[in-house]
Design a protein around this ligand. Structure first.
Ligand SMILES: *Cc1c(COP(=O)(O)O)cnc(C)c1O
Length: 368
């Protein structure tokens, strides 16, 4: 008979738990939080009102099929509601996909600086993460294709990627799909797709509609400003939606999240305002950082990856400490294999000005 403490299954203890962006600074100052790519304008007021209106019905279970939300998503994006699966954030959907399709020992492929959740979801299922190098901090389709083996089950790519902010044009995504075996699921994580203003970009709807092995995931945490509610959705082939619906929790999306999500989707004006704000300030923040002599990876999302000198007193760690001591929180990138970079979310106008002023003081030698 086996003895000793209960042991997690293989893979679990290899996981380095996800460390979210920080949200507090020492002392009593209200921090400027630019560490989690949240919408600086907040959610649509209609979404907040819909959320509040749920307060007097908390004893009721939500609609387990999230029907109103799937209908709203289908309406706004022109999709088949039967193929939409909703989740408690896209994080839950990414994990559900891994749980539904990975046997122990199966491989998943994602890119060098890809979103950390892909690794965690893979290991949690006893899968083997395979990392494809990037080229100039961009997804490299050939590097992914070169790593496919008979054990490959899932390829995860974020397009645009977090934390690099780069994207690949849709003909590259199509080439990836065409080069992958039919039994390999391609997961297109389009968490930042609403922000992209490029003619050669697509989130992936058409590819999902025309293949039976491609999934697109989306979130309400970014452009819709509802990160606190945990809400995401996946557009899936019918066979995949069927599998995910069998293993998801029967009430995995809460009633306030459903209500707020519907209202947020319908407030196209708020979405547009958020995109316009981002377009303007992404350009400004990038230009100002470059004026300070820093290298910025060109971003199409709502954050920038900024590179600091490896040595001397202007390192990313020193910059991070300097910012923190002045109440500005950004994201350290060591866990993404980018120890000389910081990721900065585009904020409100005063927040953007504050982060630039503070970094300017840092680069110009003010010591604390
Ligand atoms: C923020 C983010 C998500 C969204 O996660 P949620 O669980 O929906 O909050 C998904 N993928 C990437 C790459 C992200 O950066």
């Amino acid at each position: 008979m086996a003895t000793g403490l209960p042991t997690p299954k293989r893979g679990v203890m290899d996981i380095e738990a996800y460390v979210p962006g920080e949200s507090t600074v020492p002392g009593n100052i209200k921090p400027i939080k630019l560490s989690s790519n949240e919408n600086p304008l907040g959610p649509s007021p209609a979404a907040v009102a819909a959320f509040k209106a749920c307060a007097d019905q908390l004893e009721r279970y939500p609609d387990g099929s999230a029907s109103a939300l799937r209908q709203a998503i289908a309406r706004v994006h022109g999709l088949n509601p039967d193929r939409i699966v909703c989740g408690a954030g896209s994080d839950e959907l990414l994990n559900l996909i891994a749980h539904a399709y990975l046997e122990p020992g199966d491989e998943t492929i994602f890119t060098e600086h890809g979103f950390l959740v892909y690794r965690i979801a893979t290991l949690a299922c006893g899968g083997v993460p395979v990392v494809a190098p990037e080229k100039n901090l961009r997804t490299d389709v050939d590097a992914i294709l070169a790593r496919v083996t008979p054990k490959t089950k899932i390829v995860f790519i974020a397009n645009p990627n977090n934390p690099t902010g780069t994207y690949i044009p849709f003909d590259e995504v199509r080439r990836l799909r065409q080069g992958l075996p039919e039994n390999v699921l391609l997961v297109l994580d389009a968490a930042y797709s609403e922000y992209v203003r490029r003619n050669d970009y697509e989130a992936g709807i058409e590819l999902v509609a025309t293949t039976n092995n491609t999934i697109m995931t989306r979130t309400f945490s970014k452009i819709h400003g509802l990160a606190a509610l945990r809400l995401g959705w996946a557009y899936c082939p019918a066979n995949v939606a069927d599998a995910l619906n069998r293993i998801r929790g029967p009430f995995n999306v809460s009633a306030p999240a459903i209500a707020a999500g519907v209202a947020a989707l319908e407030d196209l004006e708020h979405v547009e305002k958020s995109v316009t704000h981002n377009e303007r300030w992404l350009e400004w923040v990038t230009a100002e950082l470059e004026k300070l002599g820093l290298v910025v990876t060109p971003s199409v999302a709502n954050f920038v990856l900024v590179h600091f000198p490896k040595e001397g007193d202007r390192t990313a760690d020193a910059a991070n400490a300097f910012l923190q001591s002045r109440g500005v929180i950004v994201r350290k990138m060591g866990s993404y294999g980018l120890p000389n970079a910081l990721r900065i979310t585009i904020g409100t106008e005063p927040e953007n000005k504050a982060v630039i002023d503070t970094l300017s003081a840092f680069m110009n030698g003010d010591q604390r």
